[in-house]
Structure formats: C-alpha cells, structure tokens
Design a protein around this ligand. Structure first.
Ligand code: SAH
Length: 218
C-alpha cells in the first residue's frame, strides 16, 4: 500500500532535524531527505522503524543504509541538477530516490537479481525513474560513461579502476573504502586523465561490494 500519512510526514521532519543535528548542513540534501517516504522502502514489519536514524534489513541479506549515512554520502557528492550519476548498489532504491529528488539523472546497478526486480518495480510505482541495470558494479557502465559523479554504496578495499576511467575530468567518486568491519568514507576527485585527489571523511560500516552477479539470495 503506497500511503504517506500525516504521521509519516511528521516523523520524517523529526528525522531530518536529527540528521541536521548530527552535522549535515546542505539544505538541499535535507530537503530531499524530507521528501522521500522512507517507510515505503522497507519490509512491512519494519515500518515503525522507518524514521529512526538506523540501517535496516531489506531481505536478501542486504540493508537500507542509515539516513545519516545516505545524507553524508550525498553531501560529499555535491550533486548539481542534471548531474549524470552512477550508483553502485541499488539495494532498496532509497539512495537513488534521494539523488533523483536533487534533480540528478541516475544510473543504478544491482548485482542481486531479486532485489533488482523488486526495487525496479517499487521505484517505478513511486514515480522515480532512474535507469536500472542488473550487473556487476565493478564493471560500471562503459556504454553510458562518462559520469559526473559515481556513488558506491557498499564497502570495497580498493577503488575500482574501471569506475575511475568512467568518471569525467572534474568529476568525483564517493565510496566507503576498507575491509569488512569498518571503512573510511573517501572522496576521489578526478583532476586529469591520471591525476586523482583523495580525501577521507571518517569511519562507517557498509555491507561488502561483491564481485559478479547473483541470481539467488547470495
Ligand atoms: N543504495 C542502497 C544501499 C544498499 S546496500 C540503498 O539505498 O538502499 C548495498 C547494495 O549493493 C546491496 O543491495 C548489494 O546487493 C549491492 N551490491 C554489492 N556488490 C555489488 C556489485 N558488485 N554491483 C552492484 N551491486 C552490488
């Protein structure tokens, strides 16, 4: 049931204030957070938790990221209207919806078939229209490159080389870089064909970026 009640909207406003208190300053990002009905992206049993600033399971062993984390990554991405953005890890589709609310053109890849199908339907039903791809994010989308921005929403211990190649000069990639227990939020700006500037932005915990695709729940 697609319903966004007064109560949901009220809870969402509180969530936005909580995320603001935690340090997110970009009003456009906060606005986008206020617009996306997060409860619609979660399993029914979790709807009462949708407006807590926490990550939650979305099935297939995956999670919908914590709103603060989504806001943090989005802020680092410095989204401009009409930016062409590649998202690795569609997951619940929540992050993609936030990017779309900011006026970006979104290309999103998911490696799990079931999740890809489920989220494609949900976002379409909600009126969000990213370009959906089932595939391995490590490969990116060479046919659609270059991108203004790339957002990786799963943990990786190295920056995927192919993704750096698919970035425009002047573009940036935001990713949680590190092992399976904890990662450092990292921004890489592409200064020239072979010139990159990296900066670090604190510790986070994400599910791992896995190689290849899956047709089942692995
Ligand atoms: N952006 C998502 C976060 C999902 S968690 C959201 O807003 O809900 C990370 C997602 O990345 C999972 O759905 C996982 O299946 C997916 N993933 C992991 N490795 C991947 C890969 N190599 N390519 C594409 N997606 C991948």
């Amino acid at each position: 049931m697609i319903e966004d009640t007064f109560r949901h909207k009220g809870l969402r406003k509180k969530l936005v204030e909580e995320v603001r208190r935690k340090g997110i300053r970009d009003e456009k990002v906060l606005d986008a957070l206020n617009k996306v009905a997060r409860h619609l992206f979660m399993e029914t049993g979790f709807i009462n938790f949708a407006y807590k600033d926490q990550a939650f399971p979305i099935g297939a062993g995956q999670t919908i990221s914590q709103p603060y984390t989504v806001a943090f990554q989005t802020e680092l991405l410095e989204v401009e209207e009409h930016d062409k953005i590649l998202e690795i890890g569609t997951g619940s589709g929540y992050q993609a919806a936030i990017l779309l609310e900011l006026g970006a053109r979104v290309y999103t890849i998911e490696r799990q078939k079931k999740l890809y199908l489920k989220t494609r339907k949900l976002l379409t039903d909600l009126g969000y229209k990213p370009h959906f791809f089932y595939g391995d994010g490590f490969e990116g989308l060479p046919a659609y490159s270059p991108f203004d921005k790339i957002l990786i929403t799963a943990a990786t211990s190295e920056i995927p080389e192919k993704l750096l190649q698919q970035l425009k000069i002047g573009g940036r990639i935001v990713l949680p870089l590190g092992g399976s227990f904890t990662q450092v939020m990292t921004t890489v700006i592409k200064k020239g064909e072979d010139e990159f500037k990296k900066s670090s932005h604190g510790f986070f915990v994400f599910v791992p970026l896995l190689k290849g695709t899956a047709n089942d729940n692995n």
